[in-house]
Design a protein. Structure first.
Ligand code: PMV
Length: 328
C-alpha cells in the first residue's frame, strides 16, 4: 500500500545572502547565509509513489506540468528514488500559497515541501538536518525552509557538512517584513546563471566572501541581542553588496527596476524621519522591508503614495516544516 504524504513549508528571505555556488551539482554555496522564515507565504505538496504510472505526474497550482517544466522536479525525485530504493513514478500535487504572480521566491518553500513529502512517501525517515541537506539539492535556499524563525545555512565543504540549523525559533521579539510586490519585468537572468556569472567574472567576488564572513558573525550577535537596528543594517548591506556583484559582473546585470528604487527611497525617507526600517532584495525587483510590527502602519501608509494596497503584504516570522501521512 502506498502512502500519500503532505508537507507544508514556508518561504524564507535571506538576511545575509547566499549568492554563488562552489559546486553546482551538490549545490554547495560559496558562503554561509542567514534567513528569516515567513508565515505568510508557503507551499503545500502532496506526494504518492504509484507503480502504475509510466512517468512522474506533476500538478502545480491546479495545472498539469508538461515534461520540460517538470524536469527539475523529476531530477530531484530521481535523487530520492536513488537514496530510498523506491522505483515507482510519483504523483505530485503542489500548491503555492503566495499571492498570484507575486514573483516572490517560491523555490525555497517548494523544494523544502517536496523533499519532505517525497522522502517520507518513498519510505525514508529523515532527521531535520538530513532533510535540510536533501532540500539543498533541489534549490539552495530550500535548505533553510525546513526550519522556522531565524535560520543559518552552514556552507560546509561537502554534502554532509552543508545544511541549515535554527538560530532562534520561535522568534520572541517584534520583527516583521513587508513585501512590496512590484510589477514583473522579464527576469534578466535566473539566479543560477546570475550566481555563476558573478563568481566567474566579478572582480569583487573575493571581497564578498570576506565581508560575508563578518556579516554572519555580526548577524548572529544581532539576532541573539534582538537588535532590530543591527539586523536591518547588516541585512541591507548584504543585499546591496550582492546586487553590486551583479553590476560588476561581465556582462553586468541588475534585477532592480525604477519601482525598486522608489521603494528603497521610501525606506530611506522613513528612516530619516526616525522610523527603524531597512530593505532587502533577492533575484527580482521586489523589495522586502524589515521593521517592527508597531511601525507597519506608518510604513505602509508612506508606501501607498507610490504603490497600491494590494502590492503590500505584511508577514511575521513563520514556522518550520510540517508533514502529515495518510495511508491510502
Ligand atoms: O535557492 P536559489 O537558487 O533560488 O537562490 C536564492 C538566492 C537569493 O534568494 C537571492 C539569496 C538567498 O540566500 O536566498
Amino acid at each position: 500500500m502506498s502512502k500519500t504524504v503532505t508537507a507544508k513549508a514556508h518561504t524564507n528571505i535571506a538576511l545575509v545572502k547566499y549568492w554563488g555556488k562552489r559546486d553546482a551539482t551538490l549545490m554547495l554555496p560559496q558562503t554561509g547565509s542567514i534567513s528569516l522564515t515567513l508565515d505568510h507565504f508557503y507551499t503545500q505538496t502532496q506526494v504518492r509513489f504509484n507503480d502504475q504510472l509510466p512517468t512522474d505526474q506533476i500538478t502545480f497550482n491546479g495545472t498539469r506540468l508538461a515534461a520540460p517544466q517538470a524536469q527539475r522536479i523529476s531530477t530531484f525525485l530521481d535523487l530520492i528514488r536513488q537514496q530510498s530504493g523506491q522505483t515507482a513514478a510519483a504523483e505530485v500535487v503542489t500548491t503555492n500559497h503566495v499571492p498570484t504572480s507575486a514573483g516572490l521566491a517560491s523555490s525555497a518553500s517548494g523544494f523544502a515541501a517536496l523533499a519532505a513529502a517525497a522522502s517520507r512517501a518513498a519510505g525514508m525517515t529523515l532527521t531535520p538536518t538530513e532533510l535540510s541537506r536533501l532540500a539543498r539539492r533541489g534549490s539552495g535556499s530550500a535548505t533553510r525552509s525546513i526550519f522556522g524563525g531565524f535560520v543559518e545555512w552552514h556552507a560546509g565543504h561537502d554534502d554532509q557538512s552543508s545544511y541549515a540549523e535554527p538560530l532562534q525559533d520561535p522568534v520572541d521579539w517584534d520583527i516583521q517584513m513587508i513585501a512590496v510586490v512590484l510589477k514583473k519585468s522579464p527576469k534578466p537572468i535566473s539566479s543560477t546563471a546570475g550566481m555563476a556569472r558573478v563568481v566567474a567574472t566579478s572582480p569583487y567576488y573575493p571581497a564578498w566572501i570576506e565581508t560575508t564572513k563578518h556579516d554572519l558573525t555580526a548577524m548572529r550577535a544581532a539576532i541573539s541581542a534582538r537588535d532590530l537596528e543591527a539586523v536591518g543594517t547588516i541585512a541591507e548591506r548584504s543585499a546591496m553588496r550582492m546586487h553590486a556583484l551583479n553590476l560588476s559582473a561581465e556582462p553586468a546585470f541588475t534585477y532592480f527596476t525604477a519601482d525598486t528604487l522608489t521603494a528603497i527611497n521610501t525606506v530611506k525617507d522613513l528612516r530619516a524621519r526616525g522610523i527603524n526600517c531597512y530593505y532587502t532584495l533577492d533575484a527580482g525587483p521586489n523589495v522586502k522591508i524589515i521593521c517592527a510590527g508597531r511601525d507597519t502602519t506608518v510604513i505602509t501608509t508612506a508606501l501607498k503614495q507610490a504603490f497600491a494596497a494590494e502590492q503590500l503584504i505584511v508577514a511575521k516570522p513563520g514556522p518550520g516544516i510540517t508533514v502529515t501521512e495518510d495511508a491510502s
